[in-house]
Design a protein around this ligand. Structure first.
Ligand SMILES: [Zn+2]
Length: 169
């Protein structure tokens, strides 16, 4: 089932998600629906607050549905180490049509639980590292516009207000 994506400035996006404690059928259904929604929107990642569910959960698929091995479910994820810097364009399904450069770490190591509750660690670099940082920010209630310079953020917010007035947001 394709879920409705919540757009900025819905308050659920700015609220830290609740830890996931039940690894049950309901959670698996949410994960399935979040992958379907990500593919429908041609994204590479989606966090639960973006579908209005204030939980610490995100799904990532760099292959956009082409390689089953690339499907990642990160539950209660956290970054445990990071190194280097990258500065590349970034988008967000909660900010349609907005793409801006955001400073991120070049490499990160994360820790998360899988759908069964088992903890694992994983390294990511380049685009995957960027995606880990963007999605883990979402479960913390942090949005990518607040990682931009104040000048860029003002421009983005102005563009959003213009789109809102035109009924395009
Ligand atoms: Zn996002």
């Amino acid at each position: 089932m394709i879920l409705k994506i919540v757009k900025y400035p819905d308050p659920v996006l700015s609220r830290p998600g609740e830890p996931v404690t039940e690894f049950d059928a309901e959670l698996r259904k949410l994960v399935t629906n979040m992958f379907e929604t990500t593919y429908a929107e041609q994204g590479i990642g989606l966090a639960a607050p973006q579908v209005g569910v204030s939980k610490r959960l995100t799904v990532i698929d760099m292959s956009m549905g082409k390689k089953p091995k690339d499907k990642l479910v990160l539950i209660n994820p956290e970054i445990i180490s990071s190194e280097g810097k990258q500065y590349e364009d970034e988008g967000c399904l909660s900010f349609p049509e907005i793409r801006e450069k955001v400073a991120r770490h070049a490499k990160v190591r994360i820790r998360a639980q899988d759908e069964k509750g088992k903890w694992f660690e994983m390294d990511g670099e380049d685009v995957l590292a960027r995606c880990f940082q963007h999605e883990i920010d979402h479960v913390d209630g942090m949005l990518f516009i607040f990682r931009m310079s104040a000048l860029k953020r003002d421009l983005v917010l102005r563009k959003i207000r213009k789109m809102q007035r035109a009924g395009e947001w």
